[in-house]
Design a protein around this ligand. Structure first.
Ligand code: PLP
Length: 470
C-alpha cells in the first residue's frame, strides 16, 4: 500500500515511512492511495473471529509489503495482551437500541491504548531493523500522552517528549504521564492551552533542520498507523451486533477527529454504517462546521471532558481531502485560508457528502453531568464524561430519526480517570483499578516551560539521544 499527502506535494511513501514521518513534509497528512474494500462475505466471515483475528484482517491491507503476515499477527497478539478484558473491546447494552463499546480496558484506561500499543511495537521494530534512533514529540490534551508514554517507555531506540497544557489536564492524567521512571521519558508542562501545545509540535515538525537533526517522529492522532488501529473496533463491534446484515450508527466523542475518521474508513472499507454522530462538548467547532460549512476556531473552554477541549481538529483535514474528491490543491487552499484569515468556508458541494454520513451534536456541561447521573441511577453504570457525551448524543439523535438502526456509543475512558466529576454526579466513590492505584502514588518527573519556540526546541535538542551530538 502506498500513501499520499492531503496537500499533494510530499513524496508518496510506503507504510513504514509514513508511520515514522507522522506529518507529511508539505504540512499535510498521509492517507492510503486507495481504500481496501471488503465484500459482504468477507465481513460475514469476521463474525466467528477474535478481536485479534479481526485486527489482522482489517489492518493487513494497510501494511502490505512492509511486514510479513506471521510477524504482524504476533505483534497484534502482543499489543492487546495487556488489556484486562478477554473480548478486548466488549459491548454493553444500555437501552433497547443503544450499546456502549467499552474501549478503556487497556493499560492507561482510555481508548488511545488501542492505537498506541501497536504503534509502539511497529515503530520499535522499524527502527531496530534500520539501526536508527528517533525522537517522539507529541502534544496531549490528556490521554494521548499517557498512552504514548506507556507504549514507548524504556524502548531502546526512542526518546519521548510529551507536551501537555500546564494545569489543564486532570490529576490522574498528569500522574499517568509523569510517574514513568524510565530515562527516555520527558514530560513538558507548557504554559498554554492544548492548541498551543499542538501548534508548538507542528512548528517543530515544520522546522526541517530541527526535524531532521533530531530525527523527530510523531505519535499524535495525525499518525496514520493510529487511525488504522482504530478502524478495527468498528468492525469487531458491528459484526457482534449482526453486521453486515444489520447497519449501525456510531456516536463518537470527538476532539481531534481521529476516532470518528476511523469510522469513516470502516465505512469506505465496506462496513454498512448508517450515521457517524460527531459528539462534542461546548468546544464545538466541528458541529458548527457541519451546520454552516464555516470552519472557524474559537477560544478553548475547559470542560468536564478535557480530552475534547480542542478547537483545531487536525484529522479533519483527512475528511476534507475525501470530501473535495481528493483535491490536494483545494485542501492546501483551505489550509492557507485558515492560516491567513483564521477560518475557511466549505462549498455546498463539499458539505453535501459530509451530511450524507456525518451528524454533529454538541452537549453542554449541565447535560453531560445529568447524563452521568442518569446512567448511574437507571443502569447502575458509572460513566466518564467523554463517554457520557457520546451516550447523550446517541439519545438526541434517536429522538430526531424514525426507525433508526441501533446506535453504538464509544466509551473512550474509564470513569476512574475523571473521579472528581463522576463522584460529584453519582455521589459514589469511583472504584480504582489496581494498575491506576500503583501509578498514583509514585514520584512525578516533569518540567514546566514557557510557550516559547526557542525554549522548547532547545530543551528537546539538548536531551534527546537521537540528535546530532547524541
Ligand atoms: C482523545 C480522546 C477523545 C477524542 O478522540 P479524537 O480521536 O481526538 O477525536 C475522546 N475521549 C477521550 C477519553 C480521549 O482520550
Amino acid at each position: 500500500m502506498k500513501y499520499v499527502s492531503t496537500r499533494g506535494s510530499a513524496p508518496v511513501l510506503e507504510f513504514e515511512d509514513v508511520m515514522l514521518a507522522g506529518l507529511a513534509r508539505d504540512g499535510g497528512l498521509y492517507v492510503p492511495e486507495s481504500w481496501p474494500r471488503f465484500s459482504t462475505e468477507d465481513i460475514n466471515s469476521m463474525r466467528d473471529k477474535s478481536y485479534q483475528e479481526i485486527a489482522f484482517e482489517v489492518m493487513h491491507p494497510f501494511v502490505e509489503g512492509t511486514i510479513e503476515p506471521e510477524e504482524f499477527k504476533a505483534l497484534i497478539e502482543e499489543a492487546y495482551q495487556g488489556f484486562e478484558h478477554r473480548a478486548v473491546a466488549p459491548l454493553v447494552q444500555m437501552d433497547s437500541n443503544l450499546w456502549l463499546l467499552e474501549l478503556f480496558h487497556g493499560p492507561t484506561l482510555a481508548f488511545k491504548d488501542f492505537a498506541m500499543q501497536i504503534l509502539g511495537l511497529l515503530m520499535d521494530r522499524a527502527l531496530i531493523k534500520r539501526g536508527e534512533r528517533a525522537t517522539i514529540v507529541g502534544a496531549t490534551s490528556g490521554d494521548t500522552g499517557g498512552a504514548a508514554i506507556e507504549a514507548f517507555r524504556g524502548r531502546e531506540q526512542i526518546d519521548i517528549f510529551i507536551l501537555h497544557p500546564a494545569g489543564r489536564v486532570s490529576d490522574v492524567q498528569r500522574r499517568q504521564m509523569t510517574t514513568a521512571k524510565e530515562e527516555n521519558v520527558f514530560n513538558i508542562a507548557l504554559e498554554g492551552t492544548f492548541d498551543d501545545c499542538q501548534a508548538m509540535v507542528k512548528g517543530l515538525f515544520n522546522d526541517h533542520d530541527f526535524r531532521d537533526g533530531n530525527k523527530l517522529t510523531g505519535v499524535n492522532s495525525i499518525n496514520w498507523a493510529r487511525i488504522m488501529a482504530q478502524v478495527v473496533y468498528y468492525f469487531s463491534s458491528a459484526v457482534a451486533l449482526g453486521s453486515p446484515d444489520r447497519p449501525l450508527s456510531y456516536a463518537v466523542p470527538t476532539g481531534n477527529f481521529g476516532d470518528v475518521f476511523a469510522g469513516y474508513v470502516a465505512s469506505k472499507m465496506g462496513l454498512p454504517i448508517e450515521r457517524l454522530i460527531v459528539a462534542t462538548n461546548q468546544n464545538d467547532i466541528l458541529v458548527r462546521t457541519l451546520e454552516s460549512g464555516l470552519y472557524k476556531p474559537d477560544g478553548v473552554t475547559a470542560t468536564y471532558s478535557p480530552s475534547m477541549d480542542i478547537q483545531v481538529s487536525s484529522n479533519f483535514e483527512r475528511l476534507l481531502f475525501e470530501m473535495t474528491g481528493r483535491d490536494a490543491g483545494r485542501v492546501s487552499q483551505l489550509m492557507d485560508d485558515l492560516k491567513d484569515t483564521g477560518a475557511f468556508q466549505l462549498s455546498e458541494n463539499e458539505l453535501k457528502p459530509m451530511h450524507a454520513l456525518f451528524e454533529g451534536v454538541r452537549v453542554d456541561e449541565e447535560t453531560t453531568f445529568a447524563r452521568i447521573q442518569t446512567e448511574n441511577t437507571v443502569n447502575q453504570y458509572m460513566i466518564d464524561p467523554h463517554s457520557a457525551i457520546a451516550l447523550e448524543a446517541a439519545a438526541q439523535h434517536d429522538e430526531k430519526t424514525v426507525a433508526s438502526p441501533p446506535v453504538v456509543a464509544l466509551a473512550t475512558a474509564h470513569p476512574a480517570k475523571f473521579p472528581d466529576v463522576v463522584t460529584k454526579a453519582t455521589e459514589r466513590d469511583v472504584p480504582q483499578p489496581a494498575r491506576l492505584k500503583a501509578q498514583l502514588h509514585s514520584e512525578e518527573r516533569v518540567v514546566q516551560l514557557a510557550n516559547d519556540y526557542g525554549v522548547v526546541a532547545n530543551y528537546i535538542a539538548s536531551h534527546t539521544r537521537a540528535g546530532e551530538s547524541g
